[in-house]
Design a protein around this ligand. Structure first.
Ligand code: 8YV
Length: 316
């Protein structure tokens, strides 16, 4: 059903089916990702659109926003706002909402899962058994996790949730961020280079923005111990992917575990070919439970706004 008398909401990229169905039951929903000619669609329907639903990883380009003069609200299915130009949206008075809090645990779980998988070589062990190699020999030894030094780059909600989990592994935790958090029981280091140099594992947990593109690059890899592992559950753009491939190939660092990439969903062959890398298709928040909660928040924001109430999780 598509309600003709209601506000028009444009969905930019697939989100949970139930969310799209619920939106379609109450609003006039268009799915840009199903349009063959998006420019033609925007030229024809752009004037009608009052709301956008998009994903954190996709955001929305200003060129699209320019085609939507009546847009009032952008509801992001996720927490990342790096793919939305907030200065632009503020300038036009467009409300932007996210789904804070509900995906923190999943993303922190994934960070620990990646850390364990990379260090204890879980994917290699799985392939070893499946390939029938076990009766003919043993796996090479892996590297211990418990008690090791973990550096967390970005001590927001997700960074703190990772630290709580890592504390359960008796890890020695240090972090850096724009500021020191005095209430946290972890050691603050003044900057990323000191954090990179001091740790066995470096987890990237900052939110991405234009100023941090490529912040983890060859100069950082040069400081990391040769056995150290990089884990990224934040944004692919934070890491200079070519420098990472060089650092892995040259054994400047010990390995990497990545849920996010520079140009998703494309992962360079050079990374795929490296045995010391664990790869995931940006699924840190992709559990049934969390995606239901994210869907509920997106819907609540759209519903509140179009009913004349403040969007509950508006960030601007
Ligand atoms: C999601 C994310 O994968 O929250 C974010 O910013 O990148 C992820 O949690 C994405 O938004 C939904 O597909």
């Amino acid at each position: 059903m598509n309600n003709v008398d209601t506000e028009a909401v444009l969905i930019l990229a697939p989100v949970k089916d139930e969310l799209m169905e619920k939106l379609a039951a109450h609003y006039r929903v268009y799915k840009l990702f199903e349009c063959e000619d998006t420019a033609a669609f925007l030229a024809k329907r752009g004037n009608e659109i009052k709301g956008i639903v998009t994903r954190g990883d996709i955001g929305v380009r200003n060129a699209v926003l320019d085609m939507l003069p009546g847009l009032e609200i952008i509801a992001i299915y996720g927490v990342g706002t790096d793919a939305v130009d907030l200065e632009y949206t503020r300038g036009r008075g467009i409300i932007v909402t996210t789904t804070p809090g509900v995906l923190t645990d999943d993303v922190a779980d994934m960070a620990m899962g990646l850390l364990l998988a990379a260090s204890r070589r879980l994917c290699q062990g799985d392939s070893f058994v499946r390939a029938g190699k076990w009766p003919h020999g043993s796996m090479p030894l892996s590297s211990k996790v418990s008690g090791k030094k973990l550096g967390i780059f970005g001590m927001g909600r997700i960074g703190q949730a990772i630290a709580r989990r890592a504390a359960g592994f008796d890890m020695q935790i240090t972090y850096t961020d724009r500021q020191r958090f005095d209430h946290l029981p972890y050691d603050f280091l003044p900057d990323l280079p000191s954090l990179a140099a001091a740790n066995d594992f470096l987890i990237v947990a900052i939110s991405g923005d234009q100023s941090s593109v490529g912040i983890i690059n060859r100069s950082i890899f040069a400081l990391m111990p040769a056995h150290a592992l990089l884990i990224n559950i934040a944004r692919g753009t934070l890491v200079n992917q070519d420098d990472l491939i060089d650092a892995l190939r040259d054994k400047q660092i010990g390995g990497a575990a990545l849920d996010v990439f520079a140009d998703e969903p494309h992962v360079p062959r050079d990374l795929i070919d490296l045995d010391i890398v664990v790869l995931q298709p940006h699924v840190a928040s992709a559990t049934v439970e969390t995606r239901i909660r994210m869907s509920d928040i997106v819907y609540a924001n759209i519903e509140a706004h179009f009913s004349g109430r403040p969007a509950p999780t508006a960030i601007s």
